[in-house]
Design a binder for this molecule. Structure first.
Ligand SMILES: [Zn+2]
Length: 49
């Protein structure tokens, strides 16, 4: 369909903290620096299935 919902997981503790929508035209793997409440700091969050 038009957009795909993916979860962003903290690369440090692995918890899925954010849900984002992603257009299918973007094939690159999303990597965003976001705040993780479990790590209590900004960590790199990666797209998961
Ligand atoms: Zn974390």
């Amino acid at each position: 369909m038009a957009v795909k919902k993916v979860a962003l997981a903290c690369s440090v503790c692995g918890s899925r903290n954010y849900m984002v929508t992603k257009k299918p035209t973007r094939t690159d793997r999303l990597q965003v620096k976001k705040y993780c409440k479990y790590c209590d700091s900004h960590t790199l969050h990666r797209e998961t299935m």
